[in-house]
Design a protein around this ligand. Structure first.
Ligand code: MG
Ligand code: ZN
Length: 417
């Protein structure tokens, strides 16, 4: 099971003060609508610190009553929260703590960013935490998500991340719970296609017995790093398009279960180029949008930023670009002030330019523009689509395409993977 964990105060409720009864709760607008969207594909579980109990202002039973009332309220609109978990503790003892609350004044691991409540939810519902999301309004929530390995979303309600308790940076940022639910719905529908078919001529003899995406960086194949990156951003349906020594890849990854993802394999009858390989995969792409990557790129790109950009722009395709000071064998691509691709320059440039990284977010409708048969995605397809909603997203994250032995060696030394 996949879950969306929600912080309570500042996410579902408007103030992040203490509440000791339901009538004091100021529920955010649209929480029913948001939770209803999440109910379709996820367990929805609230994880909340309630030191109000340790203050002696209310009992654990009162908190449970509040939570039942929240569920009653949203159920009128057809939404439901599957479970509430709360920490009643506080680590500090103060003189004015009433006698009956003193037992709650302890250091615990259920108070976020501790992970005990999430561990318990995981056990109770058999949750796959790595494919789950955590939505919160404070850096404590984001840190909790990091501690347990969920994808994190910060909402700009409540603290809006301004509590400054932890340096944790969220994977995604949204205006409110409804926007977060819509985004999670879109991310949940994302898949990925990785092109792993190239022969790697310039990498001989390293690629005589091993396809290029299987070359190791820091002890793991480049492709495994890519799969881990996709999973980190909540993407678990992956198609690999291959040809050369494809069986070695299939033997290593199998159905993907050992890597927390689902992998299907699409064999090209003959090398079709990047455009042809993608066209060949068309029947297998079920999602509205998908990530496309070349299988020879070592990168830690923050995919969330690109995905959010792509969705907000309603792009047919978004190309991840980097600023390169010698883009000799990358395609130089120019964008206008709205980040729309305005000119395809191609390879062979010497001066500093924005160049393609080989990572894309693509709307399925884009596939209609690719002819059947052999083609190069950039040179033969995108270069002819100027004026269409194709956008460039400039990233300063790490990218190294492992096209030559020299670059491969460099990646070994400098890669942050
Ligand atoms: Mg909060
Ligand atoms: Zn606790």
């Amino acid at each position: 099971m996949k879950a969306v964990f929600l912080d309570r105060d500042g996410v579902l409720t408007r103030k992040s003060d203490y509440f000791s009864s339901f009538n004091q709760l100021n529920l955010e607008d649209n929480i029913s609508e948001a939770i209803k969207i999440l109910n379709k594909n996820f367990l929805v579980i609230v994880i909340t610190n309630q030191p109000v109990v340790a203050r002696g202002l209310c009992t654990e039973k009162d908190i449970e009553n509040i939570h039942n009332r929240i569920n009653d309220f949203i159920s009128k609109k057809g939404a439901h929260i599957d479970a509430f978990y709360f920490c009643p503790h506080h680590p500090e003892m103060h003189e004015d703590v009433p006698e009956h609350a003193k037992k709650y004044r302890i250091s615990c691991n259920c108070r976020k960013p501790g992970t005990e409540l999430l561990e318990k939810a995981k056990k109770d519902f058999k949750i796959d935490l790595e494919n789950s999301f955590f939505v919160g309004d404070s850096t404590v929530d984001i840190q909790t998500a990091k501690n347990i390995g969920c994808t994190s979303l910060l909402v700009r309600t409540g603290y809006g991340g301004e509590d400054k308790k932890f340096p944790a940076e969220p994977d995604y940022t949204c205006d409110n719970i409804l926007e977060a639910a819509k985004l999670i719905d879109q991310i949940n529908d994302l898949s990925a296609v990785i092109l792993v078919g190239g022969r790697g001529e310039r990498m001989r003899p390293l690629t005589d017995n091993l396809p290029k995406p299987m070359l190791p960086i820091r002890g793991k194949p480049i492709l495994e790093h890519q799969i881990n990156l996709l999973r980190k951003y909540g993407i678990s349906n992956i198609a690999l398009c291959g040809h050369y020594l494809f069986q070695k890849i299939i033997d290593y990854f199998g159905d993907g279960g050992g890597f927390g993802v689902k992998i299907i394999y699409l064999d090209e009858p003959e090398p079709l180029g990047t455009g042809g390989a993608l066209k060949n995969a068309e029947h297998a792409i079920k999602s509205k949008n998908f990530i496309l990557m070349n299988g020879d790129i070592a990168t830690n790109v923050r995919l969330s930023k690109v995905i959010q950009f792509h969705i907000e722009k309603h792009a047919l395709a978004t190309l991840v670009l980097r600023v390169s000071d010698h883009p000799r064998d990358s395609d130089v691509i120019e964008i206008d002030e709205n980040c729309m691709v305005s000119n395809f320059v191609g390879k062979g440039q010497e001066e500093t330019r924005t160049a393609n990284t080989g990572i894309f977010v693509i709307n399925k409708d884009f596939l209609e523009f690719i002819p059947k048969g052999v083609s190069n995605l950039e040179k033969d397809v995108i270069s002819k689509m100027i004026g269409q909603p194709i956008f460039g997203f400039i990233s300063d994250d790490y990218f190294k395409d492992i096209g030559t032995i020299e670059r491969f060696n460099k990646a070994q030394e400098e890669s942050p993977l």
